[in-house]
Design a protein around this ligand. Structure first.
Ligand SMILES: Nc1ncnc2c1ncn2[C@@H]1O[C@H](COP(=O)(O)OP(=O)(O)OP(=O)(O)O)[C@@H](O)[C@H]1O
Ligand SMILES: [Mg+2]
Length: 489
């Protein structure tokens, strides 16, 4: 477990103050407890409601405010103490707190005492930047989940336990199915699985995990319901994706290939961006999570960043996986003209930094159609592996799309003159072609006969494509894309 070891190392090296960012206080506390035992120190924890436990110092009533009193106790703490103060982000702007922290830092450097602050992510005040080490505490990894599983297994009643076979293979599948959850959640899903199926069933655990992830409101599991063969045209993009199918394997890593970072698909409405995003998940056979940025913006200052971090940490823990950010420009609208006191800019910055630094194989699929609303930082080289421009389909591609949608409606596409339909539907997007096929089918059904070429041709004739009304927008988008993006088809 890396972050625990990191904390231990910092404590051993007499780093006086650590600020640990985590949404699992209990886990940080457990880690500290175990570190304290290893190093023969005593752990004290403090929160506004509970005060210091166990009591540190005389325990006498004080006239100071609780957080200052807690800090004063740390200042006076005997050698060999570790103190954890909870929710300290609330106090990190108070000049008295800042001053006291600096005093504590200077004093603790000579002692075997460490102060651990926990709370939401925050930017450290420049005054104390040098005195406080900031670190992240990610979600439990496979090893930790394995330990929880062993504990849960060990505490089962004999008659249930004797029926469960924990082979190495089985164990790995269970652990994998629980990855992406906090410790509390892992314990809960393991218990739930026992209740439901009298065993640790990876299927049940996965289902539960999907529930938990959904409840967070920010991430959503997506069952891919389309494959690349459902997407017409876009041959360049398809080749690009096909060539990278094996890139998430260990073999690719050993060969020296880094995990793909992600793609951005920009383009005209209704041309299959969202469709392709879903198809990638089936092509690569990876779980797909959709990031709903809109729901991230919480009510309280700092909460939205926390939500974003949590979502990204969950994706990392579930990796290899695909993280889908649909309609990117809406997601991060307002980052250019900050109307919401900078919350969206900060969330966006969190996302950008993460994209830059992420090591785990989370493949980002971002889609959007209004490039003018996208912050330029996002488009800088290196954030995405490639930026694809999805244009209106050309003749051949329209034929393809007609073939797909006629085929999907249980008709043999060979019976229709697709070339003619494609010629007549210049300027149509994929969604409009699909609509034509459906409308033609509706007409035939109503007239109680089979679908004919004439039905299809009539619908194509009647449709005025969006591209006619939006000609200016589309040509601006094309100009933009010709400089910066690769064509998908
Ligand atoms: N290239 C295509 N091949 C097959 N079907 C397509 C294609 N493009 C669009 N469609 C059909 O149109 C529907 C809508 O497309 P989709 O939602 O993927 O468009 P989009 O590019 O994401 O549009 P928007 O920018 O409005 O989000 C798809 O579900 C599919 O049925
Ligand atoms: Mg879409």
């Amino acid at each position: 477990m890396d972050s625990k070891r990191e904390i231990e190392t910092l404590i051993r090296s007499k780093y006086p103050i650590l600020y640990v960012v985590s949404y699992e206080e209990r886990r940080v506390e457990l880690a500290l407890q175990s570190i304290a035992t290893t190093l023969s120190r005593t752990l004290h924890t403090w929160s506004l409601t509970q005060g210091m436990k166990p009591v540190l110092g005389s325990g006498a009533k004080s006239t100071l405010s609780p957080e200052l009193e807690a800090l004063a106790q740390v200042y006076e703490a005997p050698d060999g103490t570790i103190v954890m103060l909870r929710d300290f982000h609330h106090y990190m702007r108070d000049p008295r707190v800042l001053r006291l922290l600096r005093d504590i830092a200077a004093r603790l450097r000579e002692k075997k005492t460490s102060l651990i602050l926990t709370g939401s992510p925050l930017e450290l005040h420049p005054d104390i930047e040098k005195d406080v080490s900031l670190l992240n505490f990610p979600l439990p990894d496979g090893d930790e989940i394995g330990k929880l599983l062993d504990t849960a297994y060990g505490s089962l009643p004999e008659e249930i336990r004797s029926k469960i076979e924990l082979t190495a293979d089985n164990r790995e599948r269970i652990v994998k199915s629980a990855q992406g959850l906090t410790i509390n959640e892992v314990e809960a899903v393991l218990a739930r699985s026992i209740v439901e199926s009298k065993t640790f069933d990876p299927g049940v655990i996965q289902k539960e995990k999907e529930q938990v992830v959904r409840k967070s409101g920010v991430l959503q599991y997506f069952q891919p319901d389309s494959s690349l063969s459902d997407v017409g045209g876009m041959n360049i993009l398809k080749d690009w994706l096909n060539q990278r199918t094996g890139n998430f394997t260990d073999a690719a890593r050993e060969f020296g290939i880094p995990a793909p970072k992600g793609i951005l698909m920009l383009g005209v409405q209704g041309c299959g961006k969202s469709l392709t995003a879903k198809a990638i998940a089936s092509l690569w056979n990876l779980p797909m999570l959709r990031l709903d940025v809109g729901s991230i913006f919480g009510q309280y200052v700092g909460q939205s960043e926390m939500q974003m971090r949590k979502a990204l940490a969950t994706a990392e823990a579930i990796s290899p996986c695909i993280l889908w950010v649909d309609e990117l420009e809406k997601a991060f609208a307002g980052t250019r003209n900050s109307g919401d006191s900078g919350a969206s800019s900060r969330v966006f910055a969190t996302f950008l930094t993460w994209m830059q630094e992420k090591k785990s194989p989370v493949f980002i699929v971002a889609t959007g159609n209004d490039v003018s609303a996208l912050p330029p930082e996002l488009l800088r080289k290196g954030r995405f592996d490639e930026i694809f421009f999805i244009d209106l389909p050309e003749q051949k591609e329209r034929e393809d799309i007609f073939r797909i949608h006629i085929g999907k409606r249980k008709r043999d596409p060979k019976k229709y003159k697709l070339k003619v339909l494609a010629e007549k539907s210049e300027g149509f997007n994929g969604a409009e072609i699909e609509t034509c096929v459906l409308a033609a089918l509706q007409r035939a059904f109503f007239e109680k006969r089979e679908l004919t070429q004439a039905d299809l041709a009539a619908e194509v004739e009647a449709c005025v494509p969006l591209s006619v009304m939006m000609a200016e927008d589309i040509s601006a988008l094309r100009d933009w894309a010709s400089m910066r993006a690769r064509s998908a088809g």
